[in-house]
Design a protein. Sequence first.
Length: 112
Amino acid sequence: MKRTHLGEFEELVLLMVLVLEEDAYVMKLKDEIHEQIGRSVAMGALHATLSRLEKKSYLESEMKGATQERGGRRKRVYRLTAAGKAAITKAREVREQLWNQIPPLSLEIRYA
């Protein structure tokens, strides 16, 4: 498989899909990102990112049945593929390697 760069927002979306499991649909993702991260996300940006992640084969989606809570509308639910799980695991490993290289005193705040 060709290596594909995973951007910061893409990583966040993949993590949130994992957190939400069967509830990983656009509105729920948008709301949870705002609630848990404090980041407002435009619907267009989220749709574009989800589409891009599907094209990279990191996500797959399917339409689920209509519910009363959604006014009878169906929803597209997302889940990670094996490639998506591998990508998010690799991103975590890279971040941990970098954090582990930082000397402990480098992050201390010094006051004058």
